[in-house]
Design a protein around this ligand. Structure first.
Ligand code: NAD
Ligand code: UDP
Length: 317
């Protein structure tokens, strides 16, 4: 009987950084997890420790193609997330967001299942409102290098809300702000992984521009708690809801913290600021507080320690 009642959950992008942590959490909560991934940026290593779990199943599949499975809930995370990766094949990035959303929404419509979308703070672009609330429509360059990701994710949100309005589909849309932790890709070009890897290798720490631009960094465990709470939220709560840590740091402050915590002798060097690089980013998370009773708990320096330990082991293996 317990087997019949076990919730079956699909996680697309499950072999990636966030997806692998989500799979772990759902298994710990007693779910049956079907992890779908095409291994574009994710790896089998991220889920190796789950492979023999009796309630975990892995399927290689590209979400730009239809998927026919039977599940009770869907978390749609499949999409390269770092600028280096999503700009590698920008057309495929847009397809993954848009066709992927259409396919997963079609699946949810047939199954009448709840469906969660991993949207992003990038829908706010280079924001002119600070901090960003969910009611802000954003400031995105539709033809820039980041557009394949930003506009793809914006169109995916449109599709989610149209499926909700047109087909009464129960949707849950999270706007995720910069998140870090173990299993980030070492070469994904994101600032936390770059700085930690550079510090551990004793290489120069590359700050783009003056380092006065800000970001707010959320530790992965805190974020996953937000995902699970959002999926379990009251039926008529759709989001979009910001999930992130509102503690704002300049990129220079992050570099200094990484140098201090690794005890590295690395020096800071400055490189050109990429085009359309947002100057400031900090979530207003009052909606998540009110609807999900959620707030991140892990301060930056505390979350950097297991992240540094992860990369240290990875680099010495
Ligand atoms: P990631 O690159 O580690 O994971 C993405 C996963 O999706 C990878 O395993 C990749 O192989 C898979 N994938 C890509 N294209 C696919 C396709 N067409 N079909 C099937 N699988 C595919 O990135 P992440 O940081 O874990 O991000 C997960 C999700 O969260 C993404 O949708 C991303 O946009 C969103 N997000 C992440 C952050 C962050 O800070 N990490 C911030 C905002 C939004
Ligand atoms: N950045 C940096 N050095 C690096 C990598 C990134 O100074 O080696 C900066 C980047 O220009 C941006 C910030 O750090 O201002 C965050 O970059 P990331 O790619 O991690 O995320 P996003 O820009 O998507 O928020």
């Amino acid at each position: 009987m317990a087997e019949l009642q076990r919730r079956k959950v699909l996680v697309t992008g499950g072999a990636g950084f966030l997806g692998s942590h989500l799979c772990e959490r759902l298994l710990a909560d007693g779910a049956d997890v079907l992890c779908v991934d095409n291994y574009f940026t994710g790896t089998r290593d991220n889920i190796l420790h789950l492979q023999n779990h009796p309630h975990f199943e892995m399927m290689r599949h590209d979400v730009t193609f239809p998927l026919y499975v039977e599940v009770d809930e869907i978390y749609n995370l499949a999409c390269p997330a770092s600028p280096v990766h999503y700009q590698h094949d920008p057309v495929q990035t847009t397809k993954t967001s848009v066709h992927g959303a259409i396919n997963m929404l079609g699946l949810a419509k047939r199954l009448r299942s709840r469906i969660f979308q991993a949207s992003t703070s990038e829908v706010y672009g280079d924001p002119q409102q600070h901090p960003q609330t969910e009611s802000y429509w954003g400031h995105v360059n539709p033809i820039g290098f980041r557009a394949c990701y930003d506009e793809g994710k914006r169109c995916a949100e449109t599709l989610f809300f149209d499926y909700h309005r047109q087909h009464a589909l129960p949707i849950k849309v999270a706007r995720i702000f910069n998140t870090y932790g173990p299993r980030m890709h070492p070469n994904d070009g994101r600032v936390v992984s770059n700085f930690v890897v550079q510090a551990l290798r004793g290489e120069s720490i590359t700050i783009y521009g003056e380092g006065e631009q800000t970001r707010s960094f959320c530790y992965v465990d805190d974020l996953i708690e937000g995902f699970v709470r959002l999926m379990a939220s009251r039926e008529d709560f759709t989001g979009p809801v910001n999930l992130g840590n509102p503690d704002e740091f300049s990129i220079r402050e992050l570099a200094e913290a990484v140098i201090e915590l690794t005890g590295s002798a690395s020096k800071i060097v400055h490189k050109e600021l990429p085009q359309d690089d947002p100057q400031r980013r900090r979530p207003d998370i009052s909606l998540a507080g009110k609807e999900l009773d959620w707030a991140p708990k892990t301060p930056l320096r505390e979350g950097l320690l297991p992240t540094i330990a992860y990369f240290d082991k990875l680099l010495s293996d």
